[in-house]
Design a protein around this ligand. Structure first.
Ligand code: NAP
Length: 479
């Protein structure tokens, strides 16, 4: 018998309409647990609980708020190994990567514990004599948080922590594929001293409880991370309901490699960005844009480095890359390799399903060469360990190719030239730009987000999170 896990609503654990198994993608025989599935009525109960909790929480003592967030962060950090292991087991990134993600989640709660005490306003002179003007930030109300499967603890953390820090109440709907980390986080929050109803966890399918959450009149705003298709639909619904919305979506991130790059560094950061975490990061580099002079050496060195990668059970020691998270994602990854080849790309390495001791969704990272910007493989997000190389003549063409995408999340350049690095940072049409660093891998205390089709609304994380999670009030006093 596997353990049953319930929703957390109004300070109590509540069973939903049914249960679904959470299965380890490294070992399909390993069931992590049964997780309940909410229906629309249960979602409504969660929103009502959050609405009822809002007046007291939003005006309550900020030291108590800070203490609760700090306690959550402290417990996550103390249990990072255990939580990272659970994460690796349910999502498929390696245990080391899982521990890293859990650490990030803990640090985020501690950062926003401090933010509870740092919210500031402005006092400005009025144009009218005897009048004073105060500009303050206030919470929005109940916020619906919808999260994807690829960062099952960090993304819930980077939405929950600022939402609560700035005085909002929350209903979290995590991805159906990976409810384990969200449940573990909810369990930690349930013992933090946060009053009943302030935080609610509602697990279940987006197709069942997504619309009821987004369209609920008691929900003031939606913060969503996931695919562009679902995000665009949510944006339409929020526009119709005049709700504030924040969307973080996909990427087709470029990694430029110039002739003057340090070859070993360029290869390492490209392999990391493209394939680590099984390529399942919105900031992964899926387009490697390489200038003529370094092209032959870079391609050869990539092939050699890829041959050394160890793919296997996410929990096993010495593994570089775990499994793809699900069968449907694996099929999508393999399909894109075929689509690329059909468009004329050459498969230089990988691209096939791998068998290991246990039945799982293992795939050899794929590298396609001879690709062009017009190919689907270079325009659509694959979201797996699949990268392509685009050969260009020089920096100007590399920059143009890097920006030649409907997405704009992250972009990187490998170069020893200060001139090109400086120009690229200014002219890249991405929200996050890296010089001689992987496109994936960012700090937790600074803004995160993109441009064009990758993001909509204000930035997440760091102090910039207050743009979304608060609203501005201007108060006038005549005295
Ligand atoms: P997804 O299919 O869009 O799902 C994201 C979330 O939306 C899940 O919780 C999902 O629930 C829910 N959902 C599905 N249909 C819904 C509906 N009709 N109404 C409301 N919610 C609904 O994305 P995913 O496959 O989980 O994640 C991968 C995507 O996330 C990639 O595109 C990746 O680039 C993006 N991502 C972006 C960032 C960023 O910060 N820019 C970070 C990480 C990931 P179910 O799980 O039940 O379907």
């Amino acid at each position: 018998m596997t353990q049953k896990h319930d929703n957390y609503i109004n300070g109590a654990w509540v069973a939903g309409a049914s249960y679904a198994a959470n299965v380890n993608p490294s070992n399909l025989g390993d069931v992590i647990g049964e997780y309940t599935q909410a229906d629309a009525a249960q979602l409504d109960a969660a929103v009502q609980a959050a609405q009822a909790a809002f007046p007291a929480w939003s005006t309550g003592n900020i030291q108590a708020r800070a203490d609760a967030l700090d306690k959550i962060g402290t417990e996550i950090l103390a249990r990072r190994e255990e939580l990272g292991t659970l994460l690796a087991r349910e999502e498929g990134k390696t245990k080391l990567e899982g521990i890293g993600e859990a650490t990030r989640a803990g640090n985020i709660f501690k950062f926003f514990a401090g933010e509870c005490l740092r919210l500031t306003g402005e006092t400005v002179p009025s144009v009218r004599s005897g009048v004073g003007v105060e500009i303050t930030r206030e919470p929005l109300g109940v916020i619906g948080l919808i999260t994807p499967w690829n960062f099952p603890i960090a993304i819930p953390a980077w939405k929950i922590a600022p939402a609560l820090a700035y005085g909002n109440c929350v209903v979290l709907k995590p991805a159906d594929l990976v409810p384990g980390c969200a449940w573990a986080l909810a369990e930690i929050i349930s013992r933090s001293g946060i009053p009943a109803g302030v935080f609610n966890l509602v697990m279940g399918r987006g197709s069942v409880i997504g619309d009821p959450l987004v369209n609920h009149p008691g929900v003031s705003a939606i913060s969503f991370t996931g695919s562009q298709g679902v995000g665009a639909r949510i944006a339409q619904q929020c526009a119709l309901n005049l709700k504030k919305v924040q969307l973080e979506m996909g990427g087709k991130n470029p990694q430029v490699i110039l002739d003057d790059a340090d070859l070993a560094q360029a290869v390492e950061l490209s392999v990391q960005s493209a394939f680590f975490s099984t390529g399942q990061r919105c900031t992964a580099s899926s387009r490697l844009i390489v200038t003529d002079g370094i092209y032959p050496q870079f391609v050869a060195a990539m092939q050699a480095r890829m041959a050394t990668l160890k793919i296997g059970d996410a929990l096993a020691a010495g593994i570089d890359i775990g499994p793809v998270s699900s069968l449907s994602q694996l099929q999508q990854d393999l399909d894109y390799v075929s689509i690329g080849q059909a468009e004329g790309a050459r498969l230089l390495a990988g691209g096939e399903r791998l068998q290991r001791d246990t039945e799982g969704f293992f795939m050899a990272p794929a590298l396609l060469t001879d690709t062009t910007a017009a190919m689907r493989i270079n325009r659509e997000e694959v979201f797996g360990p699949v990268a392509s190389i685009i050969r260009v003549k020089g920096y100007e063409e590399a920059l143009a190719e890097a920006n030649n995408t409907p997405f704009g999340l992250a972009a990187g350049i490998a170069t020893t030239s200060l001139k090109y690095a400086t120009h690229f940072k200014r002219h890249s049409q991405a929200g996050m730009v890296m010089v001689n660093l992987p496109t994936a891998g960012v700090d937790y205390h600074v803004p995160f987000g993109g441009r064009k089709g990758s993001s909509f609304g204000s930035r997440e994380q760091g102090r910039y999170a207050q743009e979304f999670f608060t609203t501005v009030k201007t108060a006038y006093t005549f005295a």
